[in-house]
Design a protein around this ligand. Structure first.
Ligand SMILES: Cc1cc2nc3c(=O)[nH]c(=O)nc-3n(C[C@H](O)[C@H](O)[C@H](O)COP(=O)(O)OP(=O)(O)OC[C@H]3O[C@@H](n4cnc5c(N)ncnc54)[C@H](O)[C@@H]3O)c2cc1C
Length: 429
């Protein structure tokens, strides 16, 4: 990456476009904001002793614009409880306008909208503002772009709304349906998402019969995790009152509206011939795909994941690759997709972007943080319990593990604290 000295003052700030404002985008934007104001990055405290992470930095003038289709931070990890518990749903979406440290950062602003295309040769992006933000379409130029747009996931794995009021209107009927399901709820899909949805529903609505059906003989059958992890998960689910049907592939759901059938009565039919009555069927099969349609085709692989170098810059066949970084669930990198991984990558993207800014401004050679290969690891919230495992290590589970990884709110306050929202919260451990 060659460098040309560039003027940087209040009239010529680096324009940084962060696309996506979830775990990774907020980590990238906040840490970059810190670094550009001459402070240590807020994430640095967790990386003490690691080489190459400076505590002090020369200030750099930057305008960081974070664009998201949502008008706030939505705690994706909490989705299983969001869809079961209205008071929790209220807490799990925090409008950006209510995040004090975002409002206080003079070099940051947010745009409620969608990035619809990016021209890497011209270093411009098209932003379609949400209707609530005015609905305008405009083209903006950038010096750096940081892509953190994660995965598109279907309802009811995550809500599809773009603002908090619409979100609450979207999740409320679902919560009503599962909390009044006299004949019970069927959750379809025994991957991590379905497991968490069944477990959290049973905790939030203990009077409801909750059944989890999975088409394969083992839970989490598509994750690179050993059998004993899946077996312990199954055991904990059952202990907590979730009924589990393995080798059950859903074939059909029939509405039962004859006499004697209550509202929303349904019969579900499995391909093995088993049938059962329920009032709600929750399809918890994520079918996720990267949200990267706006990027040029050479920037992504066949599945749509952004091709990155270990330092998170785009691959070298993309024009101006040294002005573009990507991080989080939407990149091609090893490891199970997790929010800790997303926040870590967001921080490294901020660090490396700032290094490149210094190189361009002062001629200081950039010292990049490089991603390492990530072994399979997972922490799953199972209602009052949790289970944590890293490849080859000890399997940890129980209520204490739930406190460490998720506190008392499926990790909401833990993530908020790591990201540094600046609200007055106390994490119960
Ligand atoms: C139900 C569920 C449970 C989970 N449980 C856990 C768990 O227990 N532990 C764990 O570690 N991980 C868990 N995960 C995974 C975790 O949620 C992800 O790893 C994490 O959300 C990744 O963060 P991210 O910022 O990379 O992407 P995302 O959270 O997907 O965020 C991407 C953001 O980009 C925005 N966006 C997308 N496209 C555009 C565009 N074109 N323009 C503007 N904005 C755009 C979206 O609105 C979104 O805000 C779970 C996931 C799900 C679905």
């Amino acid at each position: 990456m060659g460098s040309t000295l560039r003027t940087n003052d209040a009239s010529t700030p680096f324009k940084v476009l962060v696309v996506g404002g979830s775990y990774c985008g907020l980590a990238a934007a906040f840490n970059l904001s810190d670094l550009c104001t001459g402070k240590a990055a807020r994430a640095a405290a967790s990386y003490q002793g690691q080489e190459g992470l400076p505590q002090k930095n020369p200030p750099i003038c930057a305008e960081i614009t974070m664009v998201d289709e949502r008008d706030g931070f939505y705690h994706v990890i909490g989705s299983p409880l969001v869809f079961a518990d209205r008071p929790y749903a209220e807490k799990a979406w925090i409008p950006y306008s209510e995040i004090p440290s975002l409002q206080a950062a003079s070099n940051m602003k947010t745009v409620h909208g969608s990035v619809t295309s990016v021209d890497m040769a011209g270093k411009t992006a098209v932003i379609q503002e949400s209707a609530l933000a005015g609905g305008a379409t405009r083209t903006v130029d950038f010096d750096f772009i940081i892509v953190t747009t994660g995965l598109r996931r279907v309802f009811p794995v995550v809500p599809q709304s773009g603002d908090k009021a619409a979100y609450l209107a979207e999740v409320s009927p679902h919560i009503e349906a599962v909390s009044t399901a006299q004949d019970g709820v069927l959750v379809v899909g025994g991957g991590a998402v379905g497991i968490e949805m069944a477990a959290e529903l049973k905790v939030a609505q203990p009077h409801i019969r909750v059944t989890l059906a999975h088409s394969r003989s083992r839970l989490m059958s598509s994750e690179p995790l050993p059998d004993h992890v899946a077996e312990k998960t199954l055991e904990i689910l059952k202990t907590n009152g979730v009924e589990v049907l393995l080798n059950h592939r859903l074939q059909e759901t029939r509405e039962l509206d004859g006499e004697g059938n209550g509202p929303n009565a349904k019969e579900v039919v499995f391909t093995n011939g088993h049938t059962m009555r329920v009032n709600a069927v929750v399809v918890a099969i994520s079918q996720s795909k990267p949200s990267t349609d706006f990027l040029p085709v050479e920037a992504v692989n066949d599945e749509g994941y952004v091709k990155i170098q270990p330092n998170l810059f785009f691959s070298t066949d993309v024009p101006n690759y040294d002005s573009a970084l990507a991080a989080g669930d939407g990149v091609q990198w090893s490891g199970i997709k997790r929010c800790g991984r997303a926040m870590h990558q967001g921080y490294f993207a901020a660090h490396n972007c700032h290094q490149r800014m210094q190189e361009l401004t002062f001629g200081t050679p950039a010292t990049y943080q490089n991603l390492k290969e990530v072994i399979p690891m997972i922490a799953i919230a199972l209602g009052p319990d949790a289970l944590a495992y890293a490849d080859g290590g000890e399997l940890q589970y129980g209520k204490d593990i739930a406190k460490v990884f998720f506190s008392d709110d499926v990790g909401l306050k833990i993530c908020e604290k790591i990201l540094g929202f600046g609200r007055n919260i106390e994490v119960k451990a």
